[in-house]
Write a protein that binds this ligand. Structure first.
Ligand code: G3I
Length: 382
């Protein structure tokens, strides 16, 4: 028997369907969507870089999604010296304090980023000519900032990006004013100011053999001086289809052999063309439409390649879950990523696990699948 559906009933059904879809979308921001941090809770922490906007705790999709997906956060910019220490004797702690509160409220551990970095230094510090004054700035900065957050944050990226690609020390105001030992001194000061906080060295491309050798030498120097260093961060700014899995694995093994925790600290897999590797913010390329090919959307082939790259990476991290303590993505969604503005301004990049609407991308599901696959492989006899 055929039932005739009246316009009133069909409108009702349409409403129900719409409500179900809307509900589904809402759930996808938190509820029914698998949680990355839960999925990997027995393996390593899962983090994201957060900006000031994201910790305002507004009633938004992002506000629900972040605590559901991540159990550790790194401030993308607010703890950097130019923001937190803008003048010789002026500190602006308000945004970082807010982050601490946010972390407490949502049970998210905070990794401080970063005490000593040649980039985003306050302009006053760049102008210091006198070595003693520079030493005072260096000491005061670490004592004050690390001291304030002692017992409130989990860890610090104490020194960031002190090395060149060939493993030698990068030319920077720290190197020229304080000499090579500035790295060891930074760790010594941080350990004294914040005795219960884990202390890390963080860099990009330090999975590449030459830079890795320099990084290992630097770490050994800190250790030989009897100064505490707890871990090393491989930032992980990689390119779709070209993720250096072999170098990454070798680096995990070599860094762990130093007795350090290994972390992937700034993971993203970008899809746009550029003619160099790494994340040196001073390197730029000229704007050109050919460098921005996916303004209207990411082709499926690239989307799938990126998903496979993320899956391969997480499978590797799982293989070494006894050595890796944290994997942090450098942002939550594609719209937030720094890679939309670097090394070319105004591009449309797609490097993360959530899209601009905060919906999970194929890469997100592949990462979750990597965990299931890891369990399945363990159950197989051979
Ligand atoms: O805050 C100003 C704002 O007042 C101004 O209107 C605007 C105009 O450009 O700039 C804003 O500052 C920008 C800042 O991000 C906050 O959005 C800076 O120009 C911009 O250079 C800065 O970029 C950050 C970059 O570090 C700077 O060095 C990125 O957001 C941040 O993701 C990136 O993070 C670094 C890690 O700390 C270390 N490893 C590499 C990684 C990627 O470069």
């Amino acid at each position: 028997m055929i039932h005739k559906i009246t316009p009133v009933i069909s409108a009702g059904i349409a409403c129900l369907l719409l409500a179900a879809c809307a509900g589904g979308k809402k759930n996808s921001a938190s509820g029914s969507l698998p949680s990355l941090s839960k999925t990997f809770e027995n393996d390593f922490s899962i983090g994201a870089a957060l900006n000031e906007e994201q910790i305002k705790d507004k009633k938004s999709k992002a506000a629900a999604l972040i605590p559901h997906q991540f159990n550790v956060a790194t401030p993308e910019n607010i703890m950097k010296a130019e923001n937190i220490h803008p003048q010789w004797d002026t500190y602006d702690f308000a945004p970082a304090d807010k982050l601490i509160e946010y972390g407490k409220k949502h049970n998210i551990k905070i990794n401080g980023h970063t005490l000593i970095w040649h980039s985003q230094m306050p302009p006053f510090a760049r102008r210091i000519q006198n070595i003693d004054s520079f030493k005072t700035f260096f000491t005061n900065h670490i004592n004050t900032v690390a001291g304030r957050y002692s017992g409130k944050i989990f860890s610090w990226d104490v020194v960031n990006e002190a090395l060149n690609e060939d493993g030698t020390m990068r030319k920077s105001p720290f190197l020229s004013m304080l000499g090579e030992d500035f790295v060891t001194e930074a760790f010594r000061l941080a350990a004294a100011a914040s005795p219960n906080t884990e202390l890390y060295y963080n860099d990009y491309n330090n999975e590449q053999p030459a830079k890795r050798a320099g990084c290992i030498a630097l770490i050994k120097k800190i250790q030989a001086a009897g100064v505490r260093i707890d871990g090393v961060g491989i930032q992980g700014h990689w390119h779709v289809g070209r993720v250096p899995l072999k170098d990454i694995e070798e680096s995990i093994l070599q860094y762990a052999a130093l007795g350090l925790k290994v972390m992937i600290t700034e993971l993203d897999i970008e899809v746009l063309p550029r003619n160099f590797q790494g994340a040196d913010v001073s390197q730029r390329m000229k704007e050109d439409a050919s460098l921005n090919p996916y303004v209207n959307g990411l082709p499926d082939s690239v989307q799938q390649q990126q998903a496979r790259d993320y899956e391969a990476l997480f499978s590797l991290f799982l293989k070494h879950r006894d050595k890796i303590t944290r994997v942090t993505l450098w942002g939550v969604d594609d719209g937030q990523s720094w890679l939309n503005g670097w090394p070319v301004r105004g591009r449309t990049n797609y490097p993360l696990l959530f899209d601009r609407q905060l919906n999970p991308k194929p890469a997100f599901y592949k990462v979750i699948e990597a965990r299931k696959e890891f369990d399945n492989n363990k159950k197989r006899p051979f």
